[in-house]
Design a protein around this ligand. Structure first.
Ligand SMILES: *Cc1c(COP(=O)(O)O)cnc(C)c1O
Length: 429
């Protein structure tokens, strides 16, 4: 029996859901099941597992008990009915979309997106016949005209990249549902501790576990959570509503109750594309997850304090942090994010433009220059010369990555050490 209690708070779920001390040894830490295969009880048992007539372990590309604990914990934290782990956040996003969009289908998306998602949507998906239509300025008032008979889903990030805009998820959910479409939400930046998109109407939640959930910059992983609330058993989604020939005519949208989306994700996309999370990575991410809540509390506190100190610094021209009352994201942040928590990402501009920004970066000693976020270590990057280097000057400005911008992922170090290093670097200008 695996532990699950519907009334547990996030702190308890993160430590207990999905695993009871194992009966043969009493081990209290979830074991790393470093195995590829699983012995079947008989040929009949094996055949029933393969035909999906009985649930159970078949092969680690499709499921693994260590990874399963992580899946149950993230599903419980997000308030979903099931979750499927992938080898990276990008693999999870790709599978979440391909589960509902086939060649010829269309997706509607916000423009404020993680860079990898942006290139997936504007380039790679197009190569496979899936068209992504972007909502101009993310203004939903203009989105209805993008819907066609081929549209199959709506995609958005709960806190957008790189502007740190907080998305009005209730509005996006009602837009999607008014058109009979599921809403897919990337909830990597807030984590389920700060925000649970399903509570606001999201149908599918995706995560890069690589960031705050793993939290220690040591493992890549992704997750897709199924709310179990959207009905895919319609003519729009024949992959769910019609018999699947690769499973002897099973109807994936009805034969597995409300979890058809998650089942298809696992037994079709994970099985056939093979982007499985390694059990050892699942273990490291589980270890990180146990302290998610206290890490987020500390990182959010540090980030708010730094945002306030930066605002007062003479070399700083602007600060973008959803927790500042002056920030455009503040009203939605107070509606959607856990009270007093605004995330650990922060952008600011340096008065001397590109030259000064690079000078500040090169004077940092404690802060690491890294293209990653959500680590226990504090990290800084200059997007215009790195992650957004390939864009034209106008595109950089549009993407919110102008030449004066420095982007911080605030970690767990002591606030005064972080500030000493940052203010020393700023004073070098
Ligand atoms: C990092 C990130 C991803 C991609 O995740 P990987 O694990 O690096 O593949 C997707 N979305 C957001 C918001 C991210 O920060």
């Amino acid at each position: 029996m695996t532990t699950r209690s519907s009334h547990w708070r996030p702190q308890t779920i993160a430590i207990h859901t999905g695993y009871d001390p194992e009966t043969t040894t009493g081990a209290i830490s979830p074991p790393i099941y470093q195995t590829v295969g699983y012995a079947f009880e008989s040929t009949t048992h094996a055949a029933q597992l393969f035909s999906l007539d009985q649930p159970g372990n078949i092969y680690t590309r499709i499921m693994n008990p260590t990874t399963g604990v992580l899946e149950q914990r993230i599903a419980a934290l997000e308030g979903g009915i099931a979750a499927v782990a992938f080898s990276s956040g990008m693999a999870a996003i790709t599978a979440a979309v391909l589960n509902v969009c086939r060649s010829g289908d269309e997706l509607i998306a916000a423009t404020s997106l993680y860079g990898g998602t942006w290139t997936l949507f504007t380039s790679t998906l197009q190569d496979y016949g899936i068209t992504v239509r972007f909502v101009p300025d993310d203004k939903l008032s203009q989105a209805s005209q993008l819907v066609t008979e081929k549209t199959r889903a709506v995609y958005v990030e709960s806190i957008g990249n790189p502007r740190l805009n907080v998305t009005d998820l209730r509005q996006w959910a009602s837009f999607a549902h008014n058109h009979g479409l599921p809403l897919i939400v990337d909830n990597t930046f807030p984590t389920p501790y700060l925000e649970r998109p399903i509570d606001f109407g999201a149908d599918v939640v995706v995560h890069s576990l690589t960031k705050w959930i793993g939290g220690h910059g040591n493992s890549i992983g992704g997750m897709v959570v199924d709310s179990g609330k959207f009905n895919y058993n319609t003519a729009q989604y024949p992959q769910f509503s019609e018999p699947d020939q690769s499973y002897h005519g099973k109807v994936l949208g009805t034969d597995f109750g409300d979890a058809g989306y998650a089942v298809r994700l696992r037994v079709k996309l994970l099985r056939d594309t093979g982007a499985a999370l390694a059990p050892h990575s699942a273990y490291l991410i589980l270890l990180g997850l146990e302290t998610l809540v206290i890490r987020m509390q500390q990182a959010c506190r540090n980030a708010l304090e730094l945002a306030q100190r930066l605002t007062a610094h003479p070399e700083v021209s602007w600060v973008n942090y959803p927790g500042l009352e002056s920030d455009p994201a503040f009203p939605l942040a107070t509606q959607y994010l856990r009270a007093g928590h605004f995330g650990s990402m922060l952008n600011f501009g340096v008065k001397g433009g590109r030259k000064a920004a690079l000078q500040v970066m090169d004077h940092l000693k404690l802060w690491l220059i890294v293209a990653n976020v959500g680590d226990s270590r504090s990290m800084a990057i200059h997007p215009a010369t790195t992650t957004h280097q390939q864009l034209s000057r106008e595109e950089q400005e549009l993407a919110g990555a102008g030449p004066d911008l420095i982007r911080l992922s605030v970690g767990l170090e002591h606030i005064d050490d972080l500030w000493d290093d940052l203010s020393n670097a700023l004073n070098s200008i």
